[in-house]
Design a protein around this ligand. Sequence first.
Ligand code: GTP
Ligand code: MG
Length: 438
Amino acid sequence: MLSDPIAAIATPPGRAGVALIRLSGMGVHDIAAAVLKGFELEPLRTARLADVIHPATGELLDRALYLTYRAPSSYTGEDVVELSTHGGLLVPAEVLGALIAAGARQATPGEFTRRALGCGKLDLLQAEAVADLVHATAPEQRRAALGQLDRGLSKRIAELRERTLELEALICYEIDFPEEDSGPVPPETIQRAIAAVEQQLVQLLRTAGEGERLREGALAVISGCPNVGKSSLFNALLGTDRAIVTEIPGTTRDAIEAHATCSGFPFRLIDTAGLRSSNDVVEQIGVEVSHRYLGTADIVVFCAEAGRELTETERAFVQGLTAPAIVARTKADLLGHAGGWEVMEGDVVVSAHTGEGIDALRERLAERAFSNLAARGNVEPVVTRERHRMALERALGLVGLERRQASAVLETLLQVDPAEPIRQGGQLDLVFLLASGT
Ligand SMILES: Nc1nc2c(ncn2[C@@H]2O[C@H](COP(=O)(O)OP(=O)(O)OP(=O)(O)O)[C@@H](O)[C@H]2O)c(=O)[nH]1
Ligand SMILES: [Mg+2]
């Protein structure tokens, strides 16, 4: 099925050597022929150079490479032409204008991928993976997105769907042909099969918490008393001087957010105001903001200078946190070789000035915030969106229902009308349409 012709610049605006413009839909080969001098459709998928001409004025706009594709063998599944023009702000915009003058329509965001979905070139999970790949900032995000694009999660869902359908067939067979020669299906067989599906659903759901965190970045809040070196540590983790550092306690008054990658995993790092009660209104608001962030944190880096014991207040604060905490003992360089203080197990000793312990802290952050994913490796699919989680939770609920109903049906097989529970079981199929989004 071919839809109306659309065109868009696929590369971001700004100065660059090359820009990619895509055309997809009905009649795009004719549209391309109207703007590319000497356009040839064949051979397909072969780069050729052509002058780009405005169809109305005949003005030369660029000299570009183009490739042709014929439905269904293209990204969208439609007829496609891709033009590699020179980059920058003007040339790609003018070439796009020429294509629109020749009959194309400006594509809406995501429309090419939506068409790929409509033409069955991608399923919804793969289309989501394309978006995740484009937005990836950390290698582990890229790995998960590529796994999903490679149908990792789609295949797992398809397998589960297959198993569930077999299960339903087994139950239906038992109900429809209870006196077949092959004898009754033992109830344990059915129960075992249901339990196996349930277990696989639970396993997938276990990846959801960290999977969603992987897409969005784990919220890591740097907290502690004033002047303990929070902003310096924040800057050291980022590798750039983002937050202001001074020797005056109460320097940071607002929460500062920045993206960081630790051992391949994405984090949203937050530097916060030092925790203390203050008469300064601005500082006090900053402290309240810190508390708000602490309430939503996935992980907290609690800072206290190395070489001293944590105060009672600090200890109580760490114990009262709802998120897991890593205690960072800061300014280690000031200690020299001075001994006489004990590093508690799990604490990380760091110096923002010398860089000591910063890599260890990065590793610890990744281990604590993504412990399950880090341990699983890259072989297993990961659930990365609320939509997936909710569909799987629904499926789990329905499988549980099926298990309960199956036992009831099997126990009283000939005494009840079995049609109703089985129809209920049929809902499962709907849930496994996760990949198609219906
Ligand atoms: N020697 C040494 N000094 C440090 C280190 N980290 C921070 N400092 C110093 O400690 C002082 C406070 O540092 P900040 O990073 O501003 O501390 P903070 O916890 O963000 O302070 P507030 O924002 O006021 O709560 C500054 O003078 C820093 O230079 C370190 O690793 N070694
Ligand atoms: Mg600060």
